[in-house]
Design a protein around this ligand. Structure first.
Ligand code: GLN
Length: 234
């Protein structure tokens, strides 16, 4: 897809998973969030309309690969496996995995390693890889790790007592705890170091250059921090 084709189409399509506040969530029946604001700036710089397609997190990379989406923007962590499948923009946010637990439960990171202690994660995410990886369950197929369509549903099961913890990225974790302060709390410890980037179909360098130009501008203008603050207050 060349920029010429994109401009002729008059629109770009962002693939995302809108259960990941403050990066993407549903507000007044529409997708909102930091990534939506960034995508709107990319569309503005290209002089086209933005369409947002909400889908399972696992469906985002396939949608980018088969051209149903112009790019994926979903608080997506850059990792080696994904780099084989798509090309990534410059990194625009630093993040980490955190653990949400039931308030006052005393659940520790160490206790999550025990057999039978259930952990909720979002399907296909770095939180799932961490929970099933060597630091926690050390079993890719662990039945103790329950995967959910999005973090908000996983948090419901934590409040229902069906899981003992949810492992999810820092700002979504903080946002979920802030929405349920009587029931949930965060273990104040970063388990990983990660960075987010936007993904495009492999080899789509012209589009990637345009996305990087917008991201660079937004970073220089301090806009991304501003978007985070705006969507955290909401
Ligand atoms: N950053 C995590 C990942 O890339 C989670 C992203 C998400 O759930 N939207 O796997």
């Amino acid at each position: 897809l060349t920029l010429e084709q994109i401009k002729a189409d008059g629109k770009i399509i962002m693939a995302t998973n809108a259960g990941f506040p403050p990066f993407e969530y549903i507000k007044d029946n529409a997708e909102a969030g930091v990534d939506v604001d960034i995508a709107a700036e990319i569309a503005k710089d290209l002089g086209v309309e933005l369409q947002v397609d909400d889908m399972d997190f696992n469906a985002i990379i396939p949608a980018v690969q088969n051209g149903k989406a112009t790019f994926g923007a979903a608080g997506m962590t850059v990792n080696e496996e994904r780099k084989q499948q798509v090309d990534f923009s410059i990194e625009y946010v630093k993040s980490a995995q955190y653990v949400i637990i039931a308030k006052g439960s005393g659940t520790t990171v160490d206790s999550l390693k025990e057999a039978g202690v259930k952990i909720g994660v979002q399907e296909g995410t770095t939180g799932q890889f961490y929970a099933t990886g060597e630091d926690i369950k050390n079993d890719e197929a662990s039945e103790d790790v329950l995967s959910y369509e999005n973090a908000l549903i996983a948090a419901q099961d934590l409040m229902n007592g069906r899981v003992s913890a949810v492992i999810i990225d820092k700002l979504p974790a903080e946002s979920i705890v802030a929405a349920n302060p009587d029931k949930l709390e965060l273990i104040p410890e970063a388990l990983t170091e990660e960075s987010y980037a936007i993904c495009v179909k492999k080899g789509n360098t012209e589009l990637l250059d345009a996305i990087n130009a917008t991201l660079t501008r937004l970073i220089e203008e301090g806009k991304i921090d501003e978007f985070v603050i705006n969507h955290t207050a909401a």
